[in-house]
Design a protein around this ligand. Structure first.
Ligand code: CP
Ligand code: NVA
Length: 301
């Protein structure tokens, strides 16, 4: 069966931990200047129904480092935007390329696409999940503070794709996740039920950050929710990560943000640009963690 990566639940715990180790090794290989091209002549198709900076550049650069090639496909200039059935697009693309990365809105569409693809499909963000980001985040935590198992992570903000992926990460990597979220913006109820042994919901930031080893947040209005910006600014006004919030966490807590960030909305400038922030390492690690993922999925053992 073809191994896809649609959520963090598609890989077992040992493989997820191994990906971090491998990402760190690949980072060292690249920094040393060594040429390592295990994907020579291999091609990654990249479907983007939404904007991206980090995801596109990290996948494309990763394929170039590995001696392969990546093709950027947008709905504006492919048949995806003109109503060709998802099933047909998956069948056709997977006869040509060796792996397909998809960033889109509807998670079910991605599942349908994967069902009809003969090559691995990677979720590069849907409305429901953003698992590639979590690989980078877990690598970043490991590099700065060691094993995350048994630690406490606080996610402050919207119960969105990032929150859902943190919920899956909590059960896969074995940490406690405190989620501070205003009423009406809760994460998915069935996922909450599945992850309830690892996830606690709070209605204020103060209680949620007590004992936290890491604090993370995300934009208040995700891609596709731009029209809700004003109403969300009101709803989330008390859910900003700022110096007061950071002061209530453990002293050595680190701050992460998947980026792009809106300074003075979900995070103060002082925190994102401050000494506890590791966001630039986190962004860079998208490259290394996804190279480890591409190697895992694209090289047959
Ligand atoms: N964090 C992230 O996925 O960034 P992009 O939207 O720039 O890809
Ligand atoms: N929640 C954000 C994440 C961006 C990387 C969004 O979906 O727009």
């Amino acid at each position: 069966m073809t191994q896809h990566f649609l959520t963090l639940m598609d890989l077992d715990k040992a493989t997820l931990k191994q990906l971090i180790t491998r990402a760190i090794e690949l980072k060292e290989i690249q920094k040393s200047g060594e040429i390592f091209e295990p994907l020579k002549n291999k091609v990654l198709g990249m479907i983007f129904d939404k904007a991206s900076t980090r995801t596109r550049v990290s996948f494309e650069t990763g394929m170039a480092h590995f001696g392969g090639h990546a093709i950027f496909l947008s709905p504006r200039d492919t048949q995806f935007g003109r109503g060709e059935p998802v099933e047909d697009s998956a069948r056709v693309l997977s006869r040509m390329v060796d792996c397909i990365m998809v960033r889109t809105f509807d998670h079910e569409m991605l599942e349908t696409f994967a069902e009809h693809s003969n090559v691995p499909v990677i979720n590069a963000l849907t409305d429901m999940y953003h698992p590639c980001q979590l690989l980078a985040d877990m690598q970043t935590y490991f590099e700065h503070r060691g094993d995350i198992t048994g630690k406490t992570v606080t996610y402050i903000g919207d119960g969105n794709n990032m929150c859902h992926s943190y919920m899956n990460a909590a059960r896969q990597y074995g940490f406690t996740l405190n989620v501070a979220v205003p009423e009406g913006y809760d994460p998915d109820a069935s996922l909450l039920e599945e992850t309830k042994d690892y996830v606690n919901i709070f209605r204020n930031t103060k209680d949620a950050v007590a004992g936290a080893d890491m604090i993370t947040t995300d934009v208040w209005a995700s891609m596709g929710q731009e029209e809700e910006q004003a109403i969300r600014e009101k709803a989330f006004a008390d859910f900003q990560v700022n110096d007061e919030v950071m002061a209530l966490a453990n002293r050595d807590a680190i701050f992460m943000h998947c980026l792009p960030a809106h300074r003075e909305e979900e995070v103060s400038t002082s925190v994102i640009d401050g000494p506890q922030s590791v966001v630039w390492d986190q962004a860079e690690n998208r490259l290394h963690a996804q190279k480890a993922l591409l190697e895992l999925l694209m090289i047959k053992k």
